[in-house]
Design a protein around this ligand. Structure first.
Ligand code: PEP
Ligand code: MG
Length: 490
């Protein structure tokens, strides 16, 4: 799979392998194994379940390269007759060997719904149920089993009635698969659907999932495991590799958003009592302008021939935007022959919402970061499970902030995207469209669901719903109302 190739072409990974060979004198296979294991650990420790699930892809491709380096033969799937494949887990390389006429369904004892293998199975139209537990592996080979990939249910020795119900459901869902591309509401409004990515591999994956571009590249994830600052050349190579995959589609690169719960080993931050209220995002970048300059130079150079935009995170004041733009202009002036790049800001701090009219005069676009906006509006730490019910983007307080942002942006003639998790919540999508959000950027696996939800909506209807829920008393009533009004399948 092409996506997997990007993991092994990752310049940071290759640099580490090189260092292990040169400075620690390990052989190529051992160096490769060590570097891949470190990369797997990094992904497994990330909070985001989608990113955690990428660990299996890295393990798979890393194992295959190791097989080549050590001369061991590669694994193959040998199937003789049609049936349901029962396995502990499915790696993407095994998933690629699936034959629809032989594999009628897949059931894994481990695994996750966001893994690439699940996506391949979905693309091939093969139903899959993951993470069922190890007792599954003791089933006799000729047991009869049935599964529903949509609900994640599994039946062992199903009755005739259960089989008939499943067959009826299968016939009705197969007619829903042919949806218009791109995402268009019932009354013809096109909503650009972008992807949130963290690196080179995800760029290819995003396109496979049907993204129309990248609405958010979280650039701080590119260098999480480095001890030293990447050179301008290294940054440029990475951005260029991503740009080459995305082609001329939009690619929005967010400048480093460190601080809060994210650290880069090569940027030493002062210890802070309240890091989320401290030196984070643009604040930190303006404290170390040389790092921002290097990043902007690399981005600008990579933008040649592509549709790259720059986005500033954690913006609180107009002065911050002006200071960052001043640095950008200096960098632009130092590079000749490049077109001016579009600049936007993340709207994720209440002050930015309140000042959105002034901020909109400074930039080309807004992108609402609902993960942070929810935590800052509701005063509820996004990493603290005890207050998770408060840090909810469906709270009317947060929705009113989104409404204010959209109004200010549209009055100034600029577009607004939502790139936080809220954009992939099927209940939130109608509200966001109803409030006038122009574009959504979501994790790649959510794209097809969001597109399906959009195709079931009518603008006049969602506008009325959005304005009603702004008057509600909390997230739960908002959710119940949207589900009852639209009766959409979520
Ligand atoms: C957000 O805050 O909604 C966002 C998209 O940025 P991050 O999750 O990286 O903070
Ligand atoms: Mg954020």
């Amino acid at each position: 799979m092409k996506t997997q190739l990007y993991y092994i072409e990752d310049p940071t990974l290759l640099e580490q392998v090189h260092q292990l060979i040169v400075s620690e004198k390990h052989c190529a296979a051992v160096s490769w194994k060590k570097a891949i294991e470190a990369m797997i650990n990094t992904y497994q420790e990330l909070e985001d379940s989608y990113l955690q699930a990428r660990a299996i892809d890295i393990k798979d491709v890393g194992g295959r390269v190791l097989e080549v380096l050590t001369g061991e033969s590669s694994r193959t799937l040998k199937l003789s007759h049609p049936g349901i494949l029962v396995t502990s887990d499915l790696t993407p390389s095994l998933a690629l060997q699936l034959k629809q006429n032989l594999v009628l369904g897949i059931c894994t004892s481990a695994g996750s719904v966001t893994a690439h293998s699940t996506l391949i199975a979905n693309t091939l139209g093969i139903p899959m149920v993951v993470g069922v537990g190890t007792q599954l592996l003791s089933l006799a080979t000729d047991s009869q089993i049935a599964l529903d990939g949509a609900t994640g249910e599994l039946w062992i020795e199903p009755s005739q009635t259960q089989l008939q119900e499943l067959q009826t459901k299968q016939t009705s869902t197969s007619s829903k698969l042919h949806l218009p591309e791109p995402a268009i509401t019932k009354d013809g409004k096109k909503i650009p659907l972008m992807a949130n990515i963290i690196g080179v591999a995800d760029a290819e994956f995003a396109l496979e999932c049907g993204a129309e571009g990248v609405g958010l590249l979280r650039s701080e994830f590119l260098y999480l495991d480095r001890q030293n600052q990447p050179t301008e050349e290294e940054e440029y190579e990475t951005y260029r590799a991503i740009a080459q995959i995305i082609g001329t589609r939009p690619l929005t690169i967010r400048t480093l958003d460190i601080g809060g719960d994210k650290q880069l080993p090569y940027i030493k931050l002062e210890s802070e009592a309240n890091p989320f209220l401290g030196c984070r995002g643009i604040r930190q970048s303006l404290d170390t302008p040389e790092i921002l300059q290097t990043q902007l130079r690399a981005i600008l150079r990579a933008s040649y021939g592509h549709n790259i935009k720059v986005m500033l995170p954690m913006v609180t004041s107009v002065q911050e935007v002006r200071a960052a733009k001043k640095i950008l202009t200096e960098v632009e002036n130092s590079l000749s022959g490049l077109n001016k790049i579009k600049v936007g800001i993340m709207v994720e701090v209440p002050a930015a919402v309140i000042m959105a009219d002034q901020l909109a005069q400074e930039v080309d676009f807004f992108s609402i970061g609902t993960n942070d906006l929810s935590q800052y509006v509701m005063a509820a730490d996004r990493t603290n499970s005890q207050v998770a019910n408060l840090a909810n983007g469906l709270e009317p307080a947060v929705l009113r902030m989104i409404q204010q942002t959209v109004i200010a942006a549209h009055e100034a003639g600029i577009s607004v995207s939502v790139c936080g998790q809220l954009g992939s919540n099927p209940v939130a999508v109608p509200i966001l469209l109803g409030l006038g959000v122009d574009e959504l950027s979501v994790a790649p696996p959510a794209i097809s669901t969001v597109r399906r939800v959009i195709s079931q909506l009518e603008l006049s209807e969602v506008e009325a719903i959005a304005h009603s829920v702004l008057q509600f008393d909390g997230a739960q009533s908002v959710e119940e109302y949207v589900v009852a009004q639209l009766g959409i399948e979520i």
